[in-house]
Write a protein that binds this ligand. Sequence first.
Ligand SMILES: CC(C)(COP(=O)(O)OP(=O)(O)OC[C@H]1O[C@@H](n2cnc3c(N)ncnc32)[C@H](O)[C@@H]1OP(=O)(O)O)[C@@H](O)C(=O)NCCC(=O)NCCS
Length: 140
Amino acid sequence: MSTDIRAAVPADVPAVLKLWRTSALPTSTDTPDDVRHLLRRDPGSLLVAEVAGEMVGSVIAGWDGWRGSVYRLVVDPAHRRSGLGRRLLRRAEDRLAELGVRRMHAIVVGDDARAMAFWESTDWELQGGQLRFAKGRSPA
Ligand SMILES: CC(C)(COP(=O)(O)OP(=O)(O)OC[C@H]1O[C@@H](n2cnc3c(N)ncnc32)[C@H](O)[C@@H]1OP(=O)(O)O)[C@@H](O)C(=O)NCCC(=O)NCCS
């Protein structure tokens, strides 16, 4: 069965949140209001993957005018290790490149072996010397 990747619309918000709830660590902005806000602020930034109408993957490709940021790269466990994560990342990179982004980054939990194995399999460069300072609602 084919997997379609497309830009999310507001009607997708419940399915997106369900995917994140079941397939990824929680973040403080996993709320309907926050996701709708993202879609208003940057339509096209949230990409979703579907198989037979079921949401099985997501990625956020955001641009603030300075750097591109990749967030919420998530694949349903039943659909992992078939290249979908790689396809979603490529689509995110394509979107950012079309917008003129020259430098992109992603935050990865360092002790998540699976996530690290995924990112290490890509052509992205690990910047081990850099840490993140954060402010606002926790966790993540
Ligand atoms: C990380 C994640 C998105 C990968 O999705 P995926 O669809 O399974 O990834 P792919 O099938 O495209 O894998 C690409 C490559 O990554 C590496 N990889 C992915 N998962 C791996 C694992 N569990 N163990 C070892 N290597 C892994 C492999 O090199 C793989 O290539 P291969 O299958 O040909 O060996 C998925 O595991 C996930 O949703 N995890 C929870 C959320 C998360 O941690 N997101 C990333 C943080 S931003």
